[in-house]
Design a protein around this ligand. Sequence first.
Ligand code: GLN
Length: 188
Amino acid sequence: MPVGVLALQGDFEKHRQMLQRLDMESIPVRYPDNLKDCSGLIIPGGESTTLTKQINYANLRAPLLEFADDKPVFGTCAGLIMLAETVDDDRVAPLGLLDMTVSRNGWGRQVHSSTEELKLSFSAGTPFQAVFIRAPVVTGTGPSVTILASYGDQPVLITDGRHLACTFHPELGEDCRVHEYFKRLMDV
Ligand code: GLN
């Protein structure tokens, strides 16, 4: 079964290209029906306030929650914000799939965009070049969550064994290791 990539806004095509490099088929998800054929779902970066509106407008909220009951969801940047339990912005209605609290504006007023080297706990290889674009900050995690990579003392890639989320943009660049990790979650 193909991997769904939520295609309401943001750089969903880049995620699809990354999956293609891993020989994985993908389909854009715009309507609840699209989810029926998917083995997992990626929620890309973009703007979490806009994503909230679009998910509601497309009547995708309940189908997404049902899908996530037994299939893995991978949220990147704004997608991570959507997976959180709690977000510090009332305009965002997160799905509550991962036990974490998130600050949309965790970097303060400064617009934080940079590339940083990360050590991935599941890979002994070279550091991962992670692109952060107006990145959120994970301000707290519950006991079900495992941290797979940190930037300083901040978790930036986390999982609970089913879902996956990162504050950076793993679809940018050539390194497929984070998507490969998601592939493994779909095989479980
Ligand atoms: N700052 C954006 C938000 O609040 C996320 C940025 C991104 O996805 N690159 O939704």
